[in-house]
Design a protein around this ligand. Structure first.
Ligand code: HEC
Ligand code: HEC
Length: 291
């Protein structure tokens, strides 16, 4: 009797293991196939001005859009995460130093990456938030490119990215979008410019940077994986709806919420929101309280 029970359990466990191996094999194969897809999209030309006001705007955008968090403060790239389950995630070197962008990386290549989520040869970039940068105004995109083109060359070779098994499974389950190119409307032209002026309209433009985690509606999303926090509703119907504008700004500057919680930088990137100007945080608040 006992022996039969054990045999049953053993068969069940083997079946489970077999299923896990099969799922992993599918997740692995699918990702390798997706990586090799070549997207043929028309890339619109963009003028890159080089005056100092534009460079300053580009530097500010690199800070508030999180480019520096993934590509390093010096633009020389960095290891974003080194974890056996999730993988070795690497923000590339965006300077012209050793290990950086190739000498023949043109403005068109920049736009292909920022607007379309594609590398020079048309294959999709992984984990680069191009679904957000594709919504930058032409003016802001040009400022970012001008800024990175003017950065001193950093010689830093980065190891190649390696997507781990858990991330592959999450991608298969549709929980984590790995390829921004799949989410982008490649036909939509860039917005020419956006009025930099305190108000909900500017806030809506800025909130694109929050949409990847808090959802395009800003009404929150489930946790991306077990063990991680859910992404809360940050609109009027969420907790921020009960905060004053000062409390909202204080939270995004320090990570300290009015109810006394310290948000962790690795969950909610408040060190990035800390770098927004007062006008930008006011605009974000006005927009979030309007929806
Ligand atoms: C969440 C992390 C993250 C953020 C934020 C981010 N990037 Fe990236 N970016 C990546 C990763 C990872 C890659 C490499 C993708 C690959 O090789 O598949 C990449 C690739 C790129 C590339 C393409 C380089 C090449 O070799 O083709 C450019 C250009 C780029 N990023 C610019 C930017 C700019 C400008 C910003 C800010 C607006 C930014 N990135 C924000 C993670 C990020
Ligand atoms: C990388 C994902 C990510 C991005 C990008 C992000 N957030 Fe968050 N945010 C979170 C997570 C996760 C939490 C919850 C953390 C926790 O519960 O400890 C959070 C919490 C918050 C809170 C506190 C809400 C509460 O109920 O206490 C506010 C306010 C907030 N985010 C605003 C923003 C704004 C504004 C932006 C865009 C400028 C933004 N976040 C971008 C992930 C993100």
């Amino acid at each position: 009797m006992i022996r039969k029970l054990f045999r049953g359990a053993a068969i069940f466990l083997c079946g489970l293991l077999g299923l896990a191996v099969l799922l992993l094999a599918i997740a692995y194969g699918r990702l390798e196939w997706q990586k090799q897809q070549v997207y043929r999209v028309p890339v619109a030309p963009l003028q890159i001005p080089g005056d100092s006001a534009i460079l300053a705007r580009g530097a500010h955008l690199a800070a508030i859009k999180g480019c520096a968090e993934c590509h390093g403060e010096d633009g020389g790239g960095k290891i974003m995460l080194d974890d056996p389950a999730l993988g070795l995630l690497v923000g590339s070197n965006l300077t012209r130093g050793r290990g950086g962008l190739p000498a023949a990386y043109t403005t068109t290549d920049w736009v292909r990456a920022l607007k379309h989520g594609l590398r020079q040869d048309g294959r999709p970039l992984l984990l680069m938030p191009s679904q957000e940068t594709s919504q930058l105004s032409a003016e802001d995109m040009a400022a970012l490119i001008a800024y990175y083109n003017a950065l001193p060359a950093v010689d830093r070779e980065q190891p190649p990215m390696a997507i781990g098994p858990v991330l592959r499974l999450l991608s298969l389950a549709g929980q984590v979008p790995l390829f921004p190119a799949q989410q982008i409307d490649h036909e939509r032209p860039l917005l020419a410019s956006v009025a930099v002026q305190v108000g909900p309209a500017y806030g809506e433009y800025l909130a694109i940077s929050c949409s990847g985690c808090h959802g395009t509606s800003m009404k929150g999303m489930d946790a991306p994986a077990p063990g991680l926090p859910a992404r809360p509703d940050i609109s009027r119907s969420g907790k921020p709806g009960r905060w004053t504008q000062e409390q909202f700004i204080e939270t995004l500057r320090t990570g300290q919420t009015p109810d006394g919680r310290q948000l962790k930088q690795e969950d909610m990137p408040w060190q990035m929101t800390a770098r927004y100007t007062d006008e930008e945080l006011q605009s974000l608040y006005l927009y979030l309280m309007s929806i």
